[in-house]
Design a binder for this molecule. Structure first.
Ligand code: ATP
Length: 450
């Protein structure tokens, strides 16, 4: 993980927020390549859940919602984590459930008395700590002006169920997708962008007839696992884990997590829950609106059940980076390379003049200008060619095109492949089409079975 954090800082993917003030704990800012990479992760998610299906529509609800939302959803009472504090020397705070999970993962008895993992001190009794951030709307800070920063995007979907049903001309089975910021006052944020207090979620609420819920739960487990593997995550670094009865959230009748083997161990990447009809029923009760589906043909009416694949954009970005990170020795030199799926790579092609003379920069710039209309491209003329390749390897650029002496004679260029390091001679004319074709081809990480 330290290597990923260092690379992210060195190349400006992700860095500490408010750094000049000493940083704000577990809060991060995304720089140029980080914005492009996370943007690609989100774009691939939109493509898979909306563009390539005809049963899911998009939504973008406000972050601030009517406070009754959180009463109805159960978050005001139930969105808590069990907080324990060290009564010994270090006074650190922990999540009791995480401490027990860690013991179980190490094969140790997990239901007895816990001690502080830091200093061995005694721990306090667990106290339920609500994770919602509060703020006030308008100039008066009283009970009536209290609002919450949403702790999940899901509720914005449920409260819009009626609107969407009316305007989208969809009927169950159908889904609503939303991506955006969520906020949780986590007790123990950490592991870089794995767990932060401000993060982005990508969620689908998929509404189905009650009897179909089990089948659709299976469907989404398969679909979402396929998404991660198609985008390059090694299948032996992914696993499905069904929640035990004591782990299930207040709304859920079944949840399975897609877990990734992060550097700190197997951890949740995405949760896929069968929420039953809990949310729509609650919002109907609290709002007085009927939130149900009525079949205009048969007159059949029911409150749809919901399958929810809930992913984190930052957490997925971290998983893709961890999975892609590689080091190797090439001709006696260490090379750091991000073997990202070409569709996720922030920059697809770098155009490099071999030397800064003989008309090479002009030809290279012309090619670069043509390429960047089609795909994210970079022009780099600074430093030795080896150094420029290494810079591109570190940000995961799949292709490097070098304009050299021969280009000026026969209008061919070298195309360098990030992973195999092969260099091919190709005609300049038609190169954008050729690259677009290669970018669209199926891709498999060379780290598979490595
Ligand atoms: P945990 O039990 O680990 O706190 P959770 O089960 O409450 O997590 P969900 O509510 O299922 O998490 O959230 C869905 C997804 O949102 C997670 O799989 C993760 O990708 C992302 N996510 C949740 N909390 C955070 C966070 N604090 N930082 C980054 N991503 C998060």
């Amino acid at each position: 993980m330290e290597k990923i954090v260092a690379l992210c800082k060195r190349r400006g993917f992700i860095f500490q927020s408010s750094e000049i003030y000493g940083g704000l704990a577990s809060t991060y800012d995304y720089g140029h390549y980080g914005v492009l990479l996370k943007g690609n992760v989100k774009a691939e998610w939109w493509r898979a859940v909306v563009q390539e299906r005809d049963d899911v529509v998009a939504l973008d609800a406000a972050i601030l919602m009517h406070p009754r939302t959180w009463e109805a959803s159960g978050h005001l009472d139930g969105f808590t984590d069990p907080l324990v504090q060290c009564l010994g020397k270090c006074k650190r705070r922990w999540r009791e459930d995480h401490l027990r999970e860690d013991l179980a993962a190490r094969g140790l008895p997990a239901d007895g008395e816990l001690r502080c993992p830091e200093c061995g001190g005694e721990l306090s009794e667990p106290r339920n700590f609500n994770l919602m951030f509060e703020t006030h709307m308008g100039p008066v800070q009283d009970e009536g002006s209290r609002v919450y920063l949403r702790p999940e995007t899901a509720q914005g979907i449920f409260v819009n169920f009626k609107n969407v049903l009316q305007f989208s001309r969809k009927r169950p089975p159908f889904g609503i997708a939303q991506a955006g910021k969520s906020f949780r006052n986590e007790i123990t944020p950490g592991n870089f962008i794995f767990r932060t207090r401000e993060f982005e979620q990508m969620e689908v609420e998929f509404f189905v007839a009650p009897d179909d819920a089990g089948r659709w739960h299976e469907h989404w487990l398969e679909e979402r696992t396929r998404w991660y593997t198609e985008l390059g995550l090694r299948p032996d670094h992914l696993q499905l884990r069904a929640h035990g009865p004591d782990e299930l959230s207040h709304y859920s009748s079944a949840t399975s997590d897609i877990e990734y083997r992060f550097p700190m161990g197997w951890s949740e990447l995405e949760g896929i829950a069968n929420r039953g009809n809990f949310d729509l029923t609650q919002h109907a009760r609290f709002s007085g609106e009927k939130l149900e589906y009525v079949d205009s043909g048969t007159g059949e009416r029911y409150v749809p059940h919901v399958i929810e694949p809930s992913a984190g954009a930052d957490r997925a970005t971290l998983a893709f980076m961890v999975d892609a990170y590689d080091e190797e020795e090439v001709e006696g030199r260490q090379r750091v390379v991000l073997r990202l799926h070409p569709r996720l790579a922030p920059v697809k092609v770098a155009v490099l003049p071999l030397v800064n003379k003989e008309g090479q920069p002009e030809t290279a710039r012309e090619l670069y200008q043509e390429l960047r209309r089609r795909m994210p491209a970079e022009y780099d003329a600074g430093g030795s060619i080896g150094k420029r390749y290494r810079r591109q390897d570190e940000i995961g650029t799949p292709f490097g095109v070098t304009v050299d002496h021969q280009t000026m004679e026969d209008r061919t260029v070298t195309l360098r492949d990030r992973d195999s390091l092969t260099q091919e001679r190709l005609p300049l004319e038609g190169l954008p089409d050729e690259l677009a074709r290669r970018l669209a081809a199926p891709w498999r990480s060379p780290k598979h079975n490595a």
